[in-house]
Design a binder for this molecule. Structure first.
Ligand code: FAD
Length: 167
């Protein structure tokens, strides 16, 4: 396979950007910006997420089974950049960001326009990222959304032509 062609073709898949938080105060809290996310079933509502096996967020997600997918809005690119590095929980804030707590015990970013609570149902252990199949157990709509909901969110392409995760 032509490596450059593979990279180019795979980078043609469009992505959103999200901050995935995992774990609870009783376990370990971790959070990271991710893009490898998609819905895979209506009933039950399931999402598939690709999570890097050597990351804190992987350990917290696997050990607790409790996740929150924080949807980022247009204009929240700075927040995406903050969570490309490991998150810190101190003084009731996550990497300096105000949070609330999901019913499953994981943190929700207060500024996220929406957040989706997830319960891990299966982990497919293939590759350098494992695929987490997780069921939607609750949602939080923190802002009134006008028009198409997918127009209100941050997309990978909004971060500029040099930022990719894929290929
Ligand atoms: P890391 O930053 O990976 O870990 C930091 C250090 O801690 C590493 O040295 C690691 O070895 C060490 N460490 C890890 N786990 C533990 C542990 N349990 N105990 C002790 N030390 C540990 N990542 C994804 O998984 N999925 C995505 O879809 C995704 N999309 C991305 C998109 C973009 C555009 C970019 C730039 C990055 C993306 N990432 C993605 C990477 C992710 O944002 C970073 O890896 C993020 O820093 C993860 O933070 P972390 O704390 O979980 O672990």
């Amino acid at each position: 396979m032509d490596e450059q062609a593979k990279k180019t073709a795979l980078r043609m898949i469009p992505y959103g950007l999200y901050i995935l938080s995992a774990g609870t105060l009783e376990t370990e809290i971790a959070a990271a910006t991710v893009n490898w996310v998609t819905q895979t079933s209506f009933a039950p509502p399931l999402l598939a997420l690709g999570i890097k096996t050597d990351s804190h967020v992987y350990a917290a997600a696997r050990d607790s089974g409790d996740l929150v997918l924080n949807i980022l809005g247009k204009g929240q690119g700075g927040l995406a950049f903050s969570f490309f590095k490991p998150a810190t929980y101190a003084d009731g804030k996550l990497s300096g960001e105000a949070i609330t707590w999901a019913a499953n015990g994981a943190p929700i970013l207060a500024s996220a326009p929406a957040a989706i609570e997830l319960k891990v149902r299966k982990i497919v252990e293939l590759g350098d990222h494992h695929t987490f199949i997780a069921e939607v157990t609750s949602v939080h709509l923190n802002q009134q959304i006008e028009g198409r909901p997918d127009e209100a969110v941050l997309h990978m392409k909004d971060l500029g032509e040099k930022v990719f995760y894929g290929g």
